[in-house]
Design a protein around this ligand. Structure first.
Ligand SMILES: [Zn+2]
Length: 132
């Protein structure tokens, strides 16, 4: 079980902050599925007629531990400004509009030819806005 959790940690470290929103959602959905399966298995064991036996109690406790470990692996929400920088870095030219990673609105950007600094402003009031 430890090797299993280590493998998940490596996957999360690999994705880090560079995961796309779709990769991030897929990773968290997979971890959530593992967590729910472990809890369902634990409840199933606890509902058995021999649930009070040490072996069954140990198995249920181990599954609850797995579920708690999986919950800790849920990747934190990526920073929307970093997501915007990643998306803009893939755009050609010196200005454009991308979908805002925070609100899915229109995010205008310009990139200075001289130093590559990027300015960004979402059309939604109070949403993303920055200058480098
Ligand atoms: Zn926005």
């Amino acid at each position: 079980m430890s090797a299993f959790l280590d493998a998940f940690s490596e996957v999360r470290a690999f994705y880090g902050g560079a995961a796309s929103p779709a990769e991030h959602a897929a990773f968290n959905a997979g971890v959530e599925a593992v967590r729910q399966m472990a809890l369902i298995a634990a409840v199933t064991i606890e509902a058995r007629g021999d649930a009070k036996e040490v072996r069954q109690r140990a198995a249920a406790a181990a599954l609850v531990g797995l579920a708690e470990g999986a919950a800790q692996l849920l990747a934190p929400k990526p920073n929307p400004v970093l997501q915007a920088f990643t998306a803009i870095a893939e755009q050609p030219g010196s200005e454009g509009v991308i979908p805002c990673p925070a609100c899915a609105g229109r995010l205008h950007w310009t990139r200075a030819e001289s130093n590559g600094h990027v300015w960004g402003q979402c059309e939604t009031d109070g949403c993303l806005s920055w200058m480098q």
